[in-house]
Design a protein around this ligand. Structure first.
Ligand SMILES: *Cc1c(COP(=O)(O)O)cnc(C)c1O
Length: 351
């Protein structure tokens, strides 16, 4: 793939303090267009700035859009690394297929990310938890108000310098949402498509009104089985075992989830991927068997949970403080991602 590069003539001031997540953008972005006649064309890096499309742009009206989230890290060795980028490229196509966006060559996807990171590499914050958050996304841009598969698309990548997501590994409270649902089997829950997140905002608002950081999603049919938390997969440590809901067709298959499962097995934990109900969670908390709970995702890596709020009742996780296993998993994964530890599973990709 040939990528043309137009560098900015007005480089921005880089933040000196930890920037708020997702608000500050690097100097450049990657763009590409698609039409049926040409396929994907015009790979280019240009100064980060506003994009142009018709007010009838299909994505704005009917949500034909997908995105990914990944990070670039600077290691102690001074090198820059991506983490399992081939998984993001593959999942992008999985998401695209669900909402009829054309397939994108996975090698080109990684090449585009690398080219952009290379150009804006000085934007990686110089702090222990600093990284570049990378947001590749596809959207339909046909200027047409009928509900139809678009004939034209744009692919773009933008990047943000970020620090730790939830601040300094502070356990957070989670509101158990028992009215709204995130996804159902056969729907779009396994795909990173914008509509899923629009549908999640009312629950997030309710969680925040109840003093919680995120909403816990129960299954869409019975409101009984635990699915995910906010935009993270969820893990429990119960009587020494690591348990996470099995991928069931409505849960998003997180790359962090997959990595944590691998690490836990490697550390010798007994690991279960299976359905787990909110009642099992409540009773294991009551009996003292629930030792730890944490969410997993690229943005936060691991977010420990202090308690749940379910039908007005507080379910306390352990003693409500940071758990040893959560901390150990966070430190291990962070070290692998940054090149501070042996990369046993071949997850790191140098830029
Ligand atoms: C992106 C996302 C995750 C986490 O996926 P990672 O690949 O680990 O970042 C989990 N749940 C939802 C709903 C997501 O959108």
């Amino acid at each position: 793939m040939k990528i043309s590069i137009t560098k900015t003539t007005a480089p921005k001031e880089k933040p000196t303090e930890t920037p708020a997540f997702g608000r500050i953008f690097t100097d450049h972005m990657f763009l590409m267009n698609y039409s049926e006649e040409t396929g994907w064309r015009d790979a280019r890096i240009v100064p980060h700035g506003n994009m142009s499309f018709s007010p009838a742009c299909a994505a704005l009206h009917y949500g034909q859009e997908t995105f990914e989230g990944m990070k670039a890290y600077r290691g102690k060795d001074g090198k820059c690394y991506l983490f399992r980028p081939e998984m993001n490229a593959r999942r992008a196509n999985f998401s695209n297929a669900r909402v009829c966006i054309p397939n994108f060559p996975e090698a080109d996807y990684i090449e585009a990310v690398k080219a952009l990171v290379n150009l804006d590499i000085d934007w990686i914050p110089n702090e222990p938890d600093g990284s570049l958050y990378i947001r590749p996304f596809f959207f339909a841009d046909d200027p047409f108000l009928g509900v139809a598969v678009s004939k034209t698309y744009q692919f773009a990548i933008i990047m943000c310098p970020v620090g730790a997501y939830f601040g300094a590994f502070q356990p957070v409270g989670i509101y158990v949402e028992d009215e709204y649902v995130r996804a159902v089997r056969g729907g779009t829950g396994q795909s990173k498509t914008g509509g899923n997140y629009a549908a999640s905002l009312a629950a997030l608002t309710r969680a925040q009104e109840n003093g919680c950081a995120q909403a816990l999603w129960l299954d869409g049919v019975e409101r009984k089985y635990i699915e995910e938390v906010g935009t993270m997969n969820i893990f429990f440590k119960i009587s020494g075992k690591i348990i996470t809901p099995a991928l069931n067709g409505s849960i998003l298959a997180g790359i962090t989830r997959d990595s944590i499962l691998t690490l836990c097995r490697d550390m010798g934990f007994e690991v279960e991927e299976r359905p787990i109900t909110i009642d099992e969670l409540a009773s294991s908390a009551e009996s003292g068997a629930l030792e730890e709970t944490f969410g997993t995702g690229t943005a936060c890596v691991i977010a420990p949970v202090s308690h749940f709020l379910y039908k007005g009742r507080k379910i306390l996780v352990g003693d409500g403080n940071e758990g040893k296993t959560s901390r150990n998993l966070y430190d291990t994964l962070a070290k692998i991602q940054r090149g501070d530890m042996e990369d046993k599973f071949n997850w790191r990709v140098p830029v």
